[in-house]
Design a protein around this ligand. Structure first.
Ligand SMILES: C[S@@+](CC[C@H](N)C(=O)[O-])C[C@H]1O[C@@H](n2cnc3c(N)ncnc32)[C@H](O)[C@@H]1O
Length: 257
């Protein structure tokens, strides 16, 4: 069963945000389990059971990571999977925004990004990170104007086909078995959210709406969700591309130019 989270709400603003997202509030710091707390540095996900130095997780979209990831520009596997070399400025729906790193990277390499996130916890952290980023906004933030709290499969059912050029999906798969300790953020998210076992339904809904293609991010050696038309990868990650018939005509020579 997934772990639960509560909000240690110390202000009316905290309580209002928690109520909107249906996150239960508490009035004292819990002595066990996960909780959200507004701190000077931003909204923080805390784990009362973790070692003291390891207790907090905050999203920071301005720590240089986005620029590092965007450095590969339009030749990176992500950009090639999106098809950016042929069509700059594509309208991309990031259907699984998560920690927001891919949304921000897509905006930084020249896409116009809208993002969806269904977890109230992740949505609260993302909204807070975007609010802090907007104080001294990096250029890419203007290309990612929209974040919606919604389940993408249900949301896409109400959207006209062609409303986005690309639907991008990065579901949480089962935790890979590996010897190294997983990153704290991924470990905690696995414990709080579990795996996104409905990703195939999301892909089906995305294929109805995407104007040109759907892209699914996977571990490099994972089985594809469905047979893909194209794949672009690096050592650890693979992007499977599903072209929309009669809408996206792929040309290998264009992609590798
Ligand atoms: C692996 S994380 C995505 C990480 C993200 N690409 C990043 O760069 O930080 C998967 C996220 O997708 C969200 N998610 C999964 N299925 C979803 C759906 N159908 N609608 C909206 N969000 C979904 C999960 O709640 C989770 O936060």
């Amino acid at each position: 069963m997934n772990a639960a989270v509560v909000w240690f709400a110390e202000s009316d603003d905290d309580r209002a945000r928690a109520r909107t997202l249906a996150i239960p509030t508490v009035e004292t710091v819990p002595d066990t389990g996960f909780y959200l707390q507004s701190r000077d540095a931003g909204l923080t996900l805390c784990n009362a059971d973790a070692a003291r130095r390891d207790r907090g997780l905050r999203l920071d979209l301005c720590d240089g990571e986005v620029e590092r990831r965007a450095a590969g520009g339009r030749r990176s596997p992500l950009a090639r999977a999106i098809g950016l070399q042929r069509r700059p400025g594509q309208r991309v729906l990031d259907a699984t925004c998560g920690l927001g790193r891919d949304s921000a990277t897509l905006a930084a390499i020249g896409c116009r990004v809208s993002a969806l996130e269904r977890s109230p916890l992740l949505y609260a952290l993302l909204e807070d990170a975007r609010r802090r980023a907007a104080i001294d906004p990096p250029a890419w933030l203007a290309h990612w104007p929209t974040l919606v709290h919604a389940d993408a499969t249900a949301w896409l059912a109400r959207v006209d086909p062609g409303a986005f050029d690309v639907v991008y999906i990065d579901p949480m798969f089962e935790a890979p078995r590996r010897k190294a300790r997983p990153q704290k953020a991924l470990d905690w998210l696995h414990r709080l959210l579990g795996a996104d076992t409905d990703a195939a339904h999301l892909l089906a809904a995305a294929r109805v709406v995407a104007g040109r293609r759907c892209v699914i991010k996977q571990h490099a050696r994972a089985e594809p969700l469905a047979p893909a038309d194209l794949s672009f990868g690096s050592k650890s990650v693979r992007y499977d591309v599903y072209l929309i018939p009669n809408r996206d005509h792929y040309s290998a020579s264009n992609d590798f130019r």
